[in-house]
Design a protein around this ligand. Structure first.
Ligand code: SF4
Length: 304
C-alpha cells in the first residue's frame, strides 16, 4: 500500500510547544541545536532543513505530524536484512532534510519545504493506532523514513512512545545528522536503525551539506545502545565515493565497532540533480562489496 501526495492542511503554529532543541537570543534570533548546522534564524525564517522555522523567538518543528508518504513496506526495503525478516513495517515520512545530496532519491519530499508538497495532518496516536490495525497483515510497528525523519525529532519521539506503548517496534532510517543530546533521548525508543554513511571523508560530507563526524558519532552511539539493531547503508555514486581504499577504511571502522553490523552497498541510478551520470557499474559494486567483506561478516548488495 502506498499513499502519496497527501491532501494538504493549514500549518499548525501550536505544534512547536514541544521543542526542547531551540533557544531564543536577546536580539530575537532563534537557534536550533538539533543538528550540526546549528541554524541561527530570524523570525519567520526556515532552517536549512526546511522543516523547522523560527516563531516568537524559538525554533519550532513546523513539519510536526505532516505526513507526506505512508506505506506498508517489507522490512527488507528499509533496508534491514537481519531484523525480523519477512515482516512488514508501516513506513511514514514528512518533508525536509538537513543534507542536500544531488542524488537524493526522495527529493520531491526531502528537498522541499511546505509550499511544494502536500501532506495530511496526523497525530502520533493516529499513527500508532494504524500500526496496530495492520498487525494482522504482519506489521511490526512504524518506520520513520523517506525524508530525513530526525529534522522532525519531536514527532518521531512522541510517535515512538505511542508505538512502544502498544508493544510494537520503532525503526529509524536516517542520515545520522543529529547532535548527541537529542540522539541520547531518542535511542531507547528505537529498536532498529539503518544509518546512511555517504562516504568516509569529511570532503564528501561537506559537498553534500553534512558533517562526517556527526554521522560516525551517531553510528557509534547506536552500536553501543543495548537492544538496538543497527545496519548501515552506503549508496555508491560513480566518482564520488567509489574508491576501494575509502571503502576499506569505512568497513574497518564499522568492524571496529562490531564486525557483525550489516553493511548495504547499494547502486546509484540517475536522479534529481545527477541525471547525467551513468548507474554505478555492477563490477564496481561487487568489487567494493568484496573489499568490505574483508572486515565485515554481513555485506549486502542493493538496487541491483
Ligand atoms: S534541524 Fe534544521 S533548523 Fe535545526 S539546526 Fe538542523 S538544519 Fe537547522
Amino acid at each position: 500500500m502506498m499513499v502519496g501526495n497527501m491532501v494538504g492542511s493549514e500549518p499548525n503554529a501550536e505544534v512547536g510547544g514541544k521543542v526542547e532543541s531551540a533557544m531564543a537570543s536577546p536580539d530575537k534570533r532563534a537557534f536550533c541545536t538539533l543538528c550540526p548546522h546549528r541554524c541561527s534564524l530570524a523570525e519567520g525564517q526556515r532552517g536549512i532543513c526546511q522543516a523547522r522555522i523560527a516563531r516568537d523567538g524559538v525554533v519550532i518543528d513546523e513539519n510536526y505530524g505532516r505526513i507526506t508518504s505512508l506505506a506498508l513496506d517489507p522490512i527488507e526495503k528499509k533496508p534491514l536484512a537481519r531484523f525480523m525478516p519477512g515482516s512488514s513495517i508501516l513506513s511514514i515520512g514528512s518533508y525536509g532534510c538537513n543534507m542536500h545530496c544531488g542524488y537524493c532519491q526522495n527529493a520531491s519530499i526531502a528537498q522541499v519545504g511546505p509550499a511544494h508538497v502536500e501532506w495530511r495532518q496526523m497525530e502520533p496516536a493516529d499513527i500508532a493506532e494504524m500500526a496496530s490495525m495492520f498487525a494482522l497483515q504482519g506489521n511490526i510497528g512504524v518506520a520513520f523514513t523517506y525524508n530525513e525523519p530526525l529534522v522532525g525529532f519531536e514527532f518521531v519521539r512522541n510517535c515512538a512512545r505511542e508505538v512502544h506503548q502498544r508493544g510494537m517496534k520503532n525503526v529509524l532510517v536516517s542520515n545520522g545528522q543529529i547532535n548527541p543530546e537529542p540522539l541520547a533521548e531518542l535511542l531507547p525508543l528505537i529498536d532498529a536503525a539503518n544509518i546512511d554513511l555517504k562516504g568516509f571523508t569529511p570532503a564528501i560530507y561537506r559537498r553534500l551539506g553534512g558533517d562526517l563526524e556527526t554521522t560516525l558519532a551517531t553510528i557509534e552511539a547506536m552500536a553501543n545502545e543495548p537492544n538496538l539493531h543497527l545496519e548501515v547503508t552506503t549508496l555508491v555514486v560513480p566518482g564520488l565515493n567509489d574508491s576501494p581504499d575509502q571503502m576499506a577504511k569505512e568497513a574497518a571502522w564499522i568492524a571496529s565497532l562490531d564486525p557483525q553490523i550489516p553493511l548495504h552497498v547499494t547502486r546509484f541510478f540517475p536522479c534529481y540533480k545527477m541525471l547525467q551520470l551513468e548507474p554505478t557499474p555492477l563490477d564496481t559494486l561487487h568489487a567494493l562489496a568484496d573489499v568490505a567483506r574483508e572486515s565485515l561478516d554481513f555485506v549486502y548488495l542493493g538496487n541491483c
